[in-house]
Ligand binder design. Sequence first.
Ligand code: 6CS
Ligand code: FE
Length: 301
Amino acid sequence: MYQTDVYPSRIGEAEKILPRRDPVVYNRQSQKPFALNEAQLKHYEDNGFLVLDEYLSDWVGDIKQEMQSLKTTMAGREELYTEPGSNSLRTLFNPCGNSRLLDRFSRQDKLLDIVEQLLGEGVYLMQSRINVKPAYYGKSFAWHSDFETWHVEDGMPRMRAVTAWLMLDDSTPYNGPLYVVPKSHRQYVSCQGITGEKNYLQSLKQQKAGVPQPETISKLLEHGGIKGVYGKAGTLVLHECNLLHGSPDNISHQNRSLMMMVYNHCSNACSKPFSGLAKRPDYLSNPDTKPLKRCFAKQAA
Ligand code: 6CS
Ligand code: FE
């Protein structure tokens, strides 16, 4: 059936800025134990992100150990992407679908209370990934909105998703930290160009399609400039799906690894990519869109 595209992008037209047509917070009255307070909610709503210092520090050691074993057990699989120009691991996709521990981690109250406050009840894990950003070899990520990619390449209809990402190493001004453009989530950049077949094989190493032009980025910067996101390992960042972001190379001697979990509301499940091209692999857009069941304990079966 024909689906109207309210967020067209890469349709072969000139780049333009369109208004956001969706709420940022869907369930602000939540009374759950780990729900955000009014001030935190307002920060997220106004700026498009929120940093919770050392919110999940007790998990960092276990997750890093699990990541090492996933690197071995998943070696040779398509889910592993290397850095451009070297064999260092850049990204490992779907850690939560390949590890019992990480699956349970993603379904705990400390995350879902917040996610369901932001999106409304009934969410699924659309994508998970570990970005390593290795010392010396970790290369930049160009400016982009995740939603733009998920809309064009996966068919995510509306802006009703949030990424919760956990710092697995300290994130400092020197080790290739994430840069965000506060308030940019309130506008949508309809990018020029069109999408090539299997674009993800290129974009996950170095994104080119869906990257706004410098003049457009400058316009979005007028409202809030650039902010580096720094914190100690264990810090959690809530990142709205349409926030403009990117990161520089890591030429330091310290890795900057993080684990990202993308939660999407079940009513907003991805259908057919708006590009008209084939669907991307399941490890980029989870076909299991049933609501997540909460998991209460770290170790219990
Ligand atoms: O393709 C994805 O799903 C994600 N990866 C990149 C490099 N950009 C868009 C989105 O964050
Ligand atoms: Fe991104």
